[in-house]
Design a protein around this ligand. Structure first.
Ligand code: KIV
Ligand code: ZN
Length: 453
């Protein structure tokens, strides 16, 4: 039995569709920086912009085309001569250029936006692809609002553009309206009915208005699409596009359900996400899958204890596999001694049972007052617990058990059993890197498989 997996082309449109989201515009220098990170991430196609949209967009597509040489560089164009010529002008020096032409096909767009008939639409699409093809071998066509287009008419337009030379047919769910079963059916219908479909790549482009962009994209792949269009952190028009990191990691973690491979270097995901967020100033939602700061955080004591004993108990992929340097245990009132002791170690302190009990009691009182106990709180608390009496006001009042309330308090201060210097290095999440290199859990080959990465 062959174990070979179909390759899924990752088409990143962070710099085009992603940049269209409010507050996410970038200048040319920033776009180039991000394009270079997308290259390191291993994306197959970078949609660098919409060259006719502005001189700035034109220049940045041109610069990316000249500088980033491994991936295909795509430029967007409406189905008309000025757009296609401008796109080609920006792309012509790329090592692997692609012109991406789009034209709406749904009746609502034809009637109200474009004011053309179906016949005119089919003809315009054919002519536009012929023109694009006269410049460039690699031509993609997108029937905008495909999921609200009459399937018979959609197939007719797709027949025409394949005949005119399109090499990728992208099926956009422009308004995020479809649902997984329906989208899979649409891809299956296209595969069954469109002439010459076996010669071209089918692509899925999903928006997230109903929160189903990733599910829809994966459904399309299961139905035979071999390219997905997506963005870092899922940014994009309105509710965004399908998130690159979620699609890729779904395939890595669940190869039993999604037996496909991509060229993505998953360890570069977190850096790409952080870079985008830093450039745009738009923070990643904390509970965002894969790249949110809580994606690998565990607060409940039972979870923390489990993760420390064996990460597989509550983590389905390693933080390291997506480039997060260390998992983050959130310390709050539900946290247990084990997590507290582990974080103290990461901060450079080891305590014996008695001293840990003391710290833990104070920690719980503090966590009752403030929601999350951050590292700086914990350090203060450790210092308070072990400070000579009479010094600065403690963060919380010390608990002095009756039998320990003695006259000469300083002499009875418990000593730190093995104090290490506080780590100065932190990971990308601002969490101090562990000083104690001894792994808490040995990862076996079997677990490597379970991690799926
Ligand atoms: O959502 C959409 O329809 C698009 C096309 C231009 C592909 O972004
Ligand atoms: Zn889009």
């Amino acid at each position: 039995m062959s174990t070979e997996r179909a390759h899924i082309t990752i088409f990143d449109t962070t710099l085009r569709d992603g940049e269209q989201s409010p507050g996410c515009s970038m200048n040319s220098q920033e776009k180039l920086r991000l394009a270079q990170q997308l290259d390191r991430l291993g994306v197959d196609v970078i949609e660098a912009g919409f060259p006719i949209a502005s001189d700035g967009d034109f220049e940045s597509v041109k610069e990316i085309a000249a500088t980033v040489r491994r991936p295909i560089i795509a430029g967007l164009a409406r189905a008309c001569r000025p757009d296609i010529e401008r796109a080609w002008e920006a792309l012509r020096h790329a090592a692997c250029p692609r012109i991406h032409v789009f034209l709406a096909t749904s009746d609502i767009h034809l009637q109200y936006k474009l004011r053309i008939t179906r016949d005119q639409c089919a003809e315009q699409a054919r002519e536009a692809i012929q023109l694009a093809k006269s410049f460039c071998d690699d031509v993609e066509f997108s029937p905008e609002d495909a999921t609200r287009t009459d399937p018979d008419f959609l197939c007719r337009v797709l027949d025409a553009v394949i005949e005119a030379g399109a090499t990728t047919l992208n099926i956009p769910d422009t308004v995020g309206y479809t649902v997984p079963f329906e989208f899979a059916d649409l891809i299956a219908t296209i595969r069954r009915r469109v002439r010459g479909i076996e010669k071209v790549t089918i692509s899925a482009h999903c928006h997230n208005d109903l929160g189903m962009a990733v599910a829809n994209a994966l459904a399309a792949v299961s139905a035979g699409a071999r390219q997905v269009e997506c963005t870092i952190n899922g940014i994009g028009e309105r509710a965004g596009n399908a998130s690159l990191e979620e699609i890729v990691m779904a395939m890595r973690v669940r190869p039993d359900r999604y037996p496909y491979e991509t060229s993505i270097v998953s360890e570069q995901i977190f850096s790409a996400s952080q870079m985008l967020s830093e450039i745009t100033g738009v923070p990643v939602q904390p509970n965002k899958a894969i790249t949110g700061r809580n994606a690998f955080a565990h607060e409940a004591g039972i979870h923390q204890d489990g993760v420390l004993k064996n990460p597989l108990t509550y983590e389905i992929m390693t933080p390291k596999s997506v480039g997060v340097p260390d998992s983050k245990l959130v310390l709050g009132k539900h946290s247990g001694r084990h997590a507290l002791s582990m974080r103290c170690e990461q901060l450079g302190y080891q305590f014996d049972r008695r001293a840990l009990d003391d710290i833990y009691r104070r920690f719980v009182r503090l966590a009752d007052k403030i929601k999350h106990v951050e590292d700086h709180h914990l350090l203060e608390l450790i210092r308070d617990t072990h400070k000579p009496s009479g010094s600065a006001t403690p963060l919380i009042e010390p608990i002095v058990p009756a039998n320990e309330a003695v006259v000469n308090a300083p002499a009875l201060e418990p000593e730190l059993p093995k104090p290490f210097p506080v780590a100065s290095q932190t990971n990308a999440l601002g969490v101090p890197l562990p000083i104690n290199a001894a792994p808490h859990h040995e990862q076996t080959q079997q677990e490597d498989y379970l991690w799926g990465v």
